[in-house]
Write a protein that binds this ligand. Structure first.
Ligand code: PLP
Length: 419
């Protein structure tokens, strides 16, 4: 009989979003007259159509496939050179960072990349994540066998052998490097779920730590396009020395509205190394290349054309507009949360607003209360880790009409004020 990967059995409970969907479904079934009023600000999925430049490129890419002269079959597994060159220029050279197009690996998104990268890590790595954390980092490490069992009681949202770096208002939801060494550390800025951003000095401390401790940094910059403050780095490679220690994940899901199209990329500099069992240094780059060539045939031609179109003048103007739209949503949501007297974080350089629950209300209580009293779906902070308890996340990915309506409903929410 086929033996299963027993690490999957360690996964503590269902992924956060199915549980939210279950509760919303139950509410809608029990309250059919209120069901049409439900506004979803829970999952971080975009709502606005793709930039016109991307739509045109997708159409043109499909037309290419209809003619023998322009037909495209299998492409290079890591993406066509013209796409990777556009990325190297548009995302890095413009910020004074030199990334070789061959260090860019085009993919179907950064969630699969964050997962796939684990296949190159050996056993026994000490891995650090922030708490609260994007749950994918934790669950993929559980599946890969990089953690122990799920804890019990107070530890029920934690896994043995994983290092949790606690964040909260006192450190601005930005973890400092730990005092002991870890082999791998995940950094996500702008952060999901808290919307926090790391300053240059904070990122410099991490790069210094990585050099001193031989730590691999996995830097997730899925939300970099939302950074408004010009002093905040968009890429870890804006920090001197980062090209020796960091891999960076990027996504077109939010900046280009590609959550359903699927595209992202990972930067693996040729200078980032790990240790072989014999203790020799081995660059990850050829391994990641080999993995792509063996395990994937890359991203579809129309999607690659659409990615390149995002870097055209027209595409840049349109993605800029899209980002400004969601950032304005975040501003409105921040104001609404403040209006009911709650502490609010994030939402200024990120599409997520992170609100503190009123004293005495757990994050799932806040979820149930907001659903019951206002028919607004948020994401309970506890779903992102123990330190997320007492907070909830509101996503700014929504139509303006919905955001304005959520603002009205929150402002009128006496139940939340009086807890
Ligand atoms: C921090 C972070 N990284 C990666 C992703 C996934 O990106 P993609 O759609 O490219 O797989 C998300 C999506 O919500 C995210 O929040």
């Amino acid at each position: 009989m086929a033996r299963i990967n027993h690490h999957f059995l360690k996964l503590a409970s269902g992924y956060l979003f199915p549980e939210i969907a279950r509760r919303v479904r139950a509410f809608e079934q029990d309250n059919p007259t209120l069901a049409p009023r439900v506004i979803r600000c829970g999952i971080g999925d975009v709502t606005e159509p793709l930039p016109d430049a991307a739509i045109k490129a997708l159409h043109a890419g499909v037309d290419d496939l209809a003619k023998r002269e322009t037909f495209k079959g299998y492409g290079p597994p890591t993406g066509y050179a013209f796409v990777r060159e556009a990325i190297a220029q548009g995302d890095f050279a413009t910020r004074g960072v030199t990334i070789d197009p061959d260090e860019i690996f085009l993919s179907d998104g950064s969630k699969p990349d964050a997962n796939g990268f684990l296949s190159m890590l050996g056993e026994g790595n000490v891995i650090a994540v922030s708490d609260p954390v994007y749950p994918v980092y934790v669950d993929t490490n559980v599946m890969a066998g990089n953690t122990g069992e799920a804890g019990h009681g107070l530890n029920s949202v934690r896994y043995d052998d994983l290092v949790y770096l606690e964040t909260g208002p006192s450190n601005g939801f930005v973890a400092a490097p730990p005092h002991h060494r870890v082999d791998v550390a995940y950094l996500c800025f702008p952060n999901n779920p808290t919307g926090a951003v790391a300053t240059r000095a904070q990122l410099e401390a991490w790069v210094r730590y990585a050099h001193d401790n031989d730590t691999l940094l996995l830097f997730d910059a899925a939300y970099e396009a939302f950074i408004q403050d010009p002093s905040i780095p968009h890429s870890i490679y804006e920090i001197d020395g980062a090209k020796d220690v960091a891999v960076e994940f990027r996504s077109f899901s939010k900046v280009g509205g590609f959550t359903g199209v699927r595209a992202g990329y990972t930067v693996v500099p040729t200078t980032v190394t790990g240790l072989t069992p014999e203790g020799l240094r081995q660059p990850f780059h050829p391994l990641w290349h080999r993995r792509w060539a063996t395990c994937s045939n890359g991203v579809s031609w129309p999607v690659q054309r659409a990615v390149a179109a995002l870097y055209s003048d027209e595409g840049r103007a349109q993605t800029g507009e899209l980002v400004r739209f969601y950032i304005e949503n975040a501003r409105l949501l921040r104001a609404a949360v403040k209006s009911i007297g709650l502490n609010v974080f994030g939402g200024e350089n990120a599409p997520y607003v992170w609100a503190q629950c009123p004293q005495g209300l757990s994050s799932w209580d806040a979820f149930d209360l907001l659903l019951r009293e206002a028919q607004v779906v948020i994401t309970p902070g506890a779903g992102f880790g123990r330190c997320g308890e007492g907070y909830f996340r509101i996503s700014a990915f929504n139509s303006r009409a919905n955001v304005v309506e959520v603002g009205h409903r929150l402002s009128a929410l006496t139940a939340m004020r009086s807890v």
